[in-house]
Every structure is written in C-alpha cells, then in structure tokens.
Design a protein. Structure first.
Length: 131
C-alpha cells in the first residue's frame, strides 16, 4: 500500500476574543497520511468536552496516521508519539453556537478563522511500530 501525504499538522496557540501578542506556537509538527485500515472497526461511543462544547457521539473509523516530522532541521522532541485520527459523528450536549471565531498564531502566521461545529475528527496520541 502506498500512503498518500495528506497534511502537515501543527499544534498552534488558540485564543478567543482579543488576541494576545505573546501567544506563540507550541508542540510537535506532524505529517499525516491517509490510511487503509486492516480489519473491521467497531464504532465506539465517546463523550468529549473541549473549550467550545461538550459532545456525545461515535468514533466511526480511523482515517489518518500522523508521524512526528523534523521540519526545516528544527528537530523532533518526542519521536515515539504519533497521532491516529478518527472520523467521528458528534452532537453537542451543552449549549453552543454553530460556529466560533478564533485567532491562531504559529510560525507560519497569525490567522483568524471560524471553527464550524460540530467536530468531525478526533486525533489520539498513539505508539507505532513497523510491521
């Protein structure tokens, strides 16, 4: 199977409302690949809560594998930590808006954006070994 490069995932500082000029990017860089999972995946019920809302839903199937990456010679701090991302179906259980405006800041740029709810993907830290 040939994995297709999907996206560069980077944890970014996230603020709502007034943007703090001292906010800085943090975390590891990840390259994410589409995956072809082996075997059946049974949907898993899950309860989630983040800064936007609380949700109940189902983890549907794995969709991406994300490897830590050395971008531009910056190094990898935690080479053993990977991410597996899952498609989810989630419904809010707390009152929320259908969209929330935020400002992000990372090494590429400051960017205002609108997060459209509900969420569609859940990424979980994972260990990986080559078969």
């Amino acid at each position: 199977m040939t994995s297709q490069l999907k996206t560069l995932f980077f944890a970014a500082a996230l603020t709502t409302g007034a943007f703090a000029s001292s906010a800085h990017a943090f975390g590891e860089h990840y390259l994410c690949y589409n995956i072809d999972p082996h075997g059946a995946f049974k949907e898993i019920p899950v309860k989630l809560k983040d800064q936007f809302a609380g949700y109940k839903g189902l983890v549907i199937r794995p969709v991406s594998l994300c490897n830590p990456v050395d971008k531009n010679g910056e190094g990898i701090r935690e080479p053993e930590v990977h991410l597996v991302c899952y498609e989810i179906k989630a419904e809010p259980v707390t009152k929320t808006k259908p969209a929330i405006d935020v400002m992000t800041s990372n090494q590429f740029r400051e960017q205002s954006m609108t997060a459209v709810l509900p969420p569609h993907t859940l990424c979980v830290p994972s260990k990986k070994e080559h078969l």
